[in-house]
Design a protein around this ligand. Structure first.
Ligand code: ADP
Length: 443
């Protein structure tokens, strides 16, 4: 059984709603009285804190966006003085000052609880060895996973991201059961294993818990084959707590990730109008934190695009979310068509001649936007074909793969793209962290 906290993970939806509403009332009251930003927000919009009686009333409250964190840098969104906090983290933020988040001891307890639940859902068990290749430091990933794994009763190897040689050495010598890292770094590890001809029977890996960036089934297939694991998706963001806001169950792969709803209340809203969308429709994920003490947020606009839905025939009562298609601000608009790089990645699935190492290069010749998909030929096919010919990239198999991908992209996405197949190693790799798949050369 992969449930860490059976009582809460299987609470009836009715009881869950009661618990959420109770917790929400408490948070609204604290925020109104302790955080000037929220007092002002409520007052300007004539919202009486007492009128927020249940999660059904949330729609009355305006969204909190990233700007609020920037404007209140560094500590003005905290409900408590800085000296009563146990920890600070920062998320990168694209330019200038970082986004700061704070935790009380109890918040760290909550963080550990949701990560422990997530790891259990991913297949992890007490006693297993977790090679934690998420970055340690200001980023919430490394330390977040670390505490959660300890709470579950795992042994943690805090190796952090990067240092691929050492990762592989310790993975073999210590017989790690689980690896957690970004999906792009998992691909890097899988490739190195292949390159170094390390026999998978020398490894003991069973599970990979991957997150911090969007990924699709084509990466899952390559990571699972390359590392000999079951790979599942962990999602989260610093503002809400860090990784462990939601997690896919290893026995329900592909059907979405459970959101730990007793702590984080999710909504999906239209990215242009902010109107709530029905279950199953894709829009911006919005979370209200129901238990966090130091920096609770009401209706936080994550900018991540997904859908949420209940999946009845399953182990838990909590709502599920789809994989993230991308961040709203990373969405490309190409000749009027909205495009996330994950859509191109999805088109690569089942094209066995090609690897999941790809990059999109966007240009504009003065009149029209063009997308070039650069993708590597699958490494063992390349090796095999190079024995036959010096012109691997113009081999019939490559021409076939190129046309196959071109057609799939046109059919699935509705855009014509230029496809360039490259030799293995030509596309940038993750060296431990998140990987940028888009090179936008438009002015
Ligand atoms: P930053 O990347 O800005 O430093 P975080 O480390 O808090 O900040 O990253 C959170 C963001 O990472 C999320 O909002 C989301 O865009 C992305 N992310 C995290 N986990 C996943 C996942 N499993 N799938 C897709 N995107 C993810």
């Amino acid at each position: 059984m992969s449930l860490f906290n059976k009582e809460l993970e299987t609470l009836s939806v009715e009881k869950l709603r009661q618990l959420q509403s109770e917790r929400l009332r408490e948070k609204v009251n604290i925020l109104y009285h302790k955080v000037p930003f929220y007092k002002k927000l409520f007052d300007i919009h004539n919202i009486e804190p007492g009128s927020i009686k249940s999660v059904r009333d949330l729609y009355k409250i305006p969204f909190t966006k990233k700007d609020a964190l920037r404007d209140n840098y560094p500590f003005d969104l905290f409900t408590l003085p800085r000296n009563q906090l146990a920890r600070l983290h920062c998320s990168s933020g694209t330019t200038g000052k970082p986004i700061v988040v704070g935790y009380t001891k109890n918040d760290i307890e909550i963080f550990s609880e949701v990560v422990a639940r997530s790891l259990a859902a991913a297949g992890c068990k007490p006693g297993m060895l977790l090679q934690n290749a998420y970055g340690y430091g200001l980023f919430t990933g490394g330390i977040g996973l670390h505490y959660g794994a300890e709470k579950l009763g795992m042994t943690v190897l805090p190796i952090s991201g990067g240092g691929t040689e050492k990762q592989l050495m310790l993975m073999q010598d210590f017989q790690s059961d689980v690896i957690c890292c970004t999906p792009s770094y998992a691909l890097t590890l899988a490739e190195e294993i292949k390159k170094k001809k390390i026999d998978l029977s020398k490894l003991n890996l069973k599970y990979a818990v991957l997150g911090a960036e969007p990924w699709t089934e084509s990466i899952r297939a390559q990571v699972e084959a390359g590392l000999g694991v079951i790979a599942t998706n962990i999602y989260g963001l610093s503002e809400i707590i860090g990784p462990g806001v939601s997690q896919e169950d290893f026995e329900e792969k592909g059907s979405g990730s459970y959101i730990w709803e007793d702590h984080f209340y999710p909504e999906i809203v239209d990215k242009n109008t902010g109107e709530p969308l029905p279950y199953g429709e894709q829009g911006v994920l919005v979370f209200t934190t129901l238990t966090k003490e130091a920096m609770p947020l009401l209706r936080y606009w994550t900018n991540d695009i997904a859908s949420i839905y209940y999946d009845k025939s399953v182990k838990r009562t909590h709502i599920k979310m789809s994989p993230i298609a991308g961040r709203a601000d990373d969405m490309l608009i190409i000749r009027g068509v909205n495009l996330f790089h994950t859509q191109v990645e999805a088109a690569l699935e089942h094209i066995t001649e090609l690897s999941a190492n790809y990059q999109l290069v966007v240009t504009n010749d003065g009149t029209m936007d063009e997308v070039e998909v650069r993708v590597e030929v699958e490494a063992s096919l390349y090796e095999q074909l190079s024995k036959e010919s010096n012109e691997v990239l113009s081999h019939d198999k490559m021409v076939f793969a190129l046309n196959h991908l071109k057609k799939k992209i046109k059919d699935d996405i509705g855009l014509s793209m230029k496809i360039v197949i490259t030799i293995p190693g030509a596309i940038p790799r993750s060296e431990g962290g998140k990987l940028n798949r888009i090179s936008d050369l438009r002015k």
